[in-house]
Structures are given as structure tokens and as C-alpha cells.
Ligand binder design. Structure first.
Ligand code: PMP
Ligand code: GLU
Length: 397
């Protein structure tokens, strides 16, 4: 069977691949500690599940408008207003099949063939792949641990060409957990306006920030910048609803209408039942979100401190999402038996084979020398995972 060269050249999502491998090993009865997956371990809140059951009982099981039910679009607008003081009307919001799909629809709607999209590295695996799928050109810009893995104005300016159309900003960041300050975002915004670019601001982890960090949502910077921003969010991470597949995009109504047209041809509406569940998620009592955030924070502090104590691991700190991105390059070049660790991929494979701990190599995110470790699992699993990593690294010489 013929598979197109475009699909042939795509890599399978590295994060999905490794978490899939961990799930497969678990199914075979292997006691794997899965620190790879970007998915909260909490069950979806009961009130959300109840709303979905009610939607089924009420026969809310048919197609909806392609862009999503109006009550949900209005509620997303109210949620952005309440969270950040942003004003978006229902016709400036579209509901898609997860934020991954929101990102795809956005790129398909704004990018002409050959246009460039700037992506700071380390980046979430899916960004460059989506840009390629829509025949754009991903331009990755390396950021360093010393820069807090954040795009500097100098590096941003240097990456802009006449073909640049957009910047994808992931704030808080997957995979590093970094969060931009308001001042840092203002510097980026200035360059965006000077060069007439779009910013796709992926803020799916924005409800997960710690240490009283004052979070700034990109479109709040000014009315001018709001017009240039495509804001991506959703319920997967903050409401533990990864499997429900609901993502939000908020932007100028012309763009949203274009995305609605695309969606009407490609997927129709996102699952009707899930839309009702998402409506309850964002409009009901928000105590569960705060409970989950607090638990993530306890795990973050434990993992950061425990990893920093391991020889050869430099975890640093991160104030957002549920990831740490430790530097592990000091073990590169070492061996255990026949296994030589030449880079983060080898190390990740070694940790699965030798310690049954799943992590994601930094190379998957365009950053060699690091591992992504998710703390979206229980404290017991984290403690066991840290112990196993420490023992496995101690065997290397
Ligand atoms: N953006 C980022 C940065 C993510 O980590 C994820 C996680 N998969 C998504 C978007 C997409 O989330 P979903 O499709 O589950 O809504
Ligand atoms: N975003 C999560 C992660 O990075 C889920 C997997 C994916 O969609 O890539 O692990």
C-alpha cells in the first residue's frame, strides 16, 4: 500500500511512543514506574463525569455546530475573563478535539506553503511536526538552561526572516516547566508587533504554576497584542480530562470562522458529550483544580530536591506544568556491561531496561543532554522511581 512521502517522513510522537511502551510493559505485568507521560494521574472530577452521564440521559448525543455548542463557547469566554480579565465573545472561540487539534487547525488556517514558524527549543514534540504537516517550515531556536529555557529577544530577532509568519510560545513549558515573567513576555510582544507576526500562545498548563508565581497570559499584554495572539487552552491538564478530547482556541473572529470552516469539513464538532463535560469542568466549583495543583506542587518539590541529590543529575527548578528537565549529560560516555550511554535516548532506554523507569529523552524535544521527568504520578511512585534511577546511575562507570 502506498503511504505518502509526507506521512512517511513524519516521526511518531516521541512522548506518545514512550508512554505507549510503558503502558505495554505494564500490561505484560512488568512493574514499570511511568514518569514519561504528560497526563495527570487523578481521575476526572466526579461532577464532570456526572455532567457527561446527564448529557447522555438528556439525549445530547447528536452533532452540534462545527465550532461547538454556544453555552460552552460563552463559558470559555467567561473563564478567560475570570482567569485573566480577557474579553472574548462566543464567535471568537472554537472548540476542537483536544488542544493538539486546536493547534493543527490554527496552523492550517494561518500558514501558507513555505512560511516559517519560530519554535523555541526545547519544544513540545508535536509543534514542528504540525508545522510540517501544513507545509510550513519549523525554525527551531535553541534556548539554554542558563536562559531558563526561555526565548531571549536577541535570539528571537535573529530568527526572523521575511518568511516568518508566527511564533509558537508554550507557557508554562512542556517539556521544561519554565514560565515567562510579564517583563519577558513584553519584550517578545514588542518584537512580534514590530515584525507583524502572530503568536500561537499555548497556555494549556497555565493553571499549574507554583511558588506564587504571577502568571501572565500573553494576550493580556495589550489590545494590540491580543489581536495578534491565538490563545490555545483546554481541559486535558488542569481538569485531568486527557481522554475527553476537548481543546479551546480564542482569537480574532475572522480566524475563528476560518477554523470553523476547516473543522466543518474535517471533523465536524468535538464530541458532544465531552463538550457538556467541559462545560461543567470550567463553570462548576473549581476546588478540585486547586487540590490537584497543590498535590502537583508537593510532588514537584519532592522530585526536584530528590533528583538534585543524585550524583550526575542536575534538576534545577521549574515553576510550571508537571515536568522537570534535569541535565544528565555528565553520565554520557559511561557504560554498564555492554550498554554505553551516548546520549539522552540511550539513557532513557537504559532506565527502562535496567530500572523499569520510563522517562522521555531530551533529544525528542530538540535538547540533547536532558531527560523529561513528569511528576504526574503518586508520591510513592516518585519515591520508588527516584530510588531506581539512583541505583541504575550508580552502576554506570
Ligand atoms: N500543548 C501542550 C504543550 C501539551 O503538552 C499537550 C499535551 N498533549 C497539548 C497541547 C495537547 O493537549 P490535548 O490535545 O490533550 O488537549
Ligand atoms: N502532551 C503530553 C506529553 O507531552 C501527552 C502526549 C502528547 O500528546 O504528546 O507527554
Amino acid at each position: 500500500m502506498h503511504v505518502s512521502s509526507k506521512v512517511n517522513s513524519l516521526a511518531f510522537s516521541g512522548t506518545m511512543q514512550i508512554s505507549g511502551k510503558a503502558k505495554e510493559l505494564k500490561a505484560q505485568g512488568v512493574n514499570v514506574i511511568d514518569l514519561s507521560v504528560g497526563e495527570p494521574d487523578f481521575p476526572t472530577p466526579q461532577r464532570v463525569k456526572d455532567a457527561a452521564v446527564k448529557a447522555i440521559a438528556d439525549n445530547q448525543t447528536k452533532y452540534t455546530m462545527a465550532a461547538g455548542i454556544v453555552p460552552l463557547r460563552e463559558a470559555v469566554g467567561a473563564w478567560f475573563k475570570q482567569s485573566y480579565g480577557l474579553d472574548y465573545a462566543a464567535n471568537e472561540i472554537i472548540i476542537s478535539n483536544g488542544a493538539k487539534h486546536s493547534l493543527y487547525n490554527t496552523l492550517q488556517t494561518i500558514i501558507e506553503v513555505g512560511e516559517e514558524v519560530i519554535i523555541p527549543a526545547p519544544y513540545w514534540v508535536t509543534y514542528p511536526a504540525l508545522v510540517e504537516i501544513v507545509d510550513g517550515v519549523p525554525i527551531t531556536v535553541e534556548t539554554t538552561k542558563e536562559e531558563g529555557f526561555k526565548l531571549t529577544p536577541e535570539k528571537f530577532k535573529a530568527a526572523i526572516t521575511p518568511k516568518t509568519r508566527a511564533l509558537i510560545l508554550c507557557n508554562p513549558s512542556n517539556p521544561t516547566g519554565s514560565v515567562y515573567t510579564k517583563a519577558e513576555l513584553e519584550e517578545i510582544a514588542e518584537i512580534v508587533l514590530e515584525n507583524d507576526l502572530y503568536v500561537i500562545s499555548d497556555e494549556i498548563y497555565s493553571k499549574l504554576v507554583y511558588d506564587d508565581f504571577e502568571y501572565t497570559s500573553f494576550p493580556t499584554l495589550s489590545d494590540e497584542i491580543k489581536k495578534k495572539t491565538i490563545l490555545i487552552d483546554g481541559v486535558s491538564k488542569s481538569y485531568s480530562m486527557t481522554g475527553w478530547r476537548i481543546g479551546f482556541t480564542a482569537a480574532d473572529k475572522e480566524l475563528i470562522s476560518g477554523m470553523g470552516k476547516l473543522q466543518s469539513q474535517m471533523t465536524s464538532n468535538a464530541s458532544t458529550i465531552s463538550q457538556y463535560a467541559a462545560l461543567e469542568a470550567i463553570t462548576g466549583p473549581q476546588d478540585d483544580v486547586e487540590e490537584m495543583r497543590k498535590t502537583f506542587n508537593e510532588r514537584r518539590i519532592y522530585l526536584r530536591d530528590a533528583l538534585n541529590l543524585i550524583d550526575g543529575v542536575e534538576a534545577g527548578d521549574a515553576k510550571g506544568a508537571f515536568y522537570l528537565f534535569p541535565n544528565v549529560s555528565s553520565v554520557f560516555g559511561k557504560s554498564y556491561g555492554d550498554t554505553k550511554i551516548n546520549g539522552s535516548f540511550d539513557l532513557s532506554m537504559y532506565l527502562i531496561a535496567e530500572a523499569q523507569v520510563a522517562t522521555v529523552p531530551g533529544s525528542v524535544f530538540g535538547a540533547e543532554g536532558f531527560l523529561r521527568i513528569a511528576y504526574a504520578t503518586s508520591m510513592e511512585n516518585l519515591q520508588e522511581g527516584v530510588k531506581r534511577i539512583e541505583e541504575a546511575l550508580a552502576k554506570l562507570s
